[in-house]
Ligand binder design. Sequence first.
Ligand SMILES: [Zn+2]
Length: 391
Amino acid sequence: MSTTTVITGIGELVTNDVERGEEGGLLGIVREAAVVLEGARVAWVGPAADAPDADVQVDAGGRAVIPGFVDSHSHLVFAGDRSAEFEARMTGEPYTAGGIRTTVARTRAASDEQLTSHVGRLVAEMRAQGTTTLEIKSGYGLSVHDEARSLAVARQFTDETTFLGAHVVPADTTPEDYVDLVTGPMLAAAAPHARWIDVFCEDGAFDVDQARAILAAGADSGLRGRLHANQLTYGGGVRLACELGLVAVDHCTFLAGDDVAALVSSGTIATLLPGVEFSTRQPYPDARGLLDAGVRIALASDCNPGSCFTSSMALCIALAVREMRMSPAEALHAATAVGAAALGRDDVGVLAPGRAADLVLLDAPSYVHLAYRPGVPLVAGVWQAGRPVLR
Ligand SMILES: [Zn+2]
């Protein structure tokens, strides 16, 4: 028998299970609630007064419990520091995609042990802030050897690994030769360690035709596609993602009317990364317009050393509410249940019997405090697969 834990005295429980919610709305909120965890799964959810006994009792003391955050977009496998580039940008220099190359040189020079320990530190930092599921991309190796080992490192921390050899064209090759490498030997070396394939589809990186070819090659190797698109300029990346029926397309900052129409008709999730706009002083994506048009939005950190070095999903929620006019409920839903959907997952992001026992105790009476108290560390406890990993 696996150990059972009952968390009782939950003043406000966000389940993301609309069937269970007593007040309507996206979040399936239950008040004066309890949750029972059995092994790695949720076994029971309901009113605290009806909760069954368990081996371990935890009293939430009237505070809020939410599903663990699902961060569907991060670039944690890297070495080095680009705080000087950030400082330069904050004093007036524009961000360009070429900054990636400085991290590539440092990442290639790092040992496997150094990369593993650095990723481990960042994953622990995320977990302490309530992230219980995360995606990790490669993309700072850009050689057959360094992309494969980046993914092997990432795979030690998550099943959601993404091959992003097509991050930028390295300085020592031509775009044509590099696309041949990415779709040939590099893909062959990366595919055993990856679930997804991604392309940075942008001026200065890869165009729509190159992205299409790279995603097609990935699909032939069994990798599902994702795309970085329309971050810095208008272009065809979002429409390509929709045409291919990808589960998610990420950034979506510069969208024309037909991009929005394509997102609505395809059902592709728009993953917005407001930490990037915050950290680069770019205009934010039009989350309100997208939601009103019927587009599903996920929020993710894009944690990376260049354009956005935050690992905080709570910051992303606060920015989404303050700067992109999402409601606090829409923002939390986007950072949990829709983030899970953006990874093709239905076992996480929702607290219901049979789902993963991934949950966060907030030192607050309501989830609204995630946006209401920006910058304040509110995570008082984290359970991942039923185990207390922070309490
Ligand atoms: Zn990214």
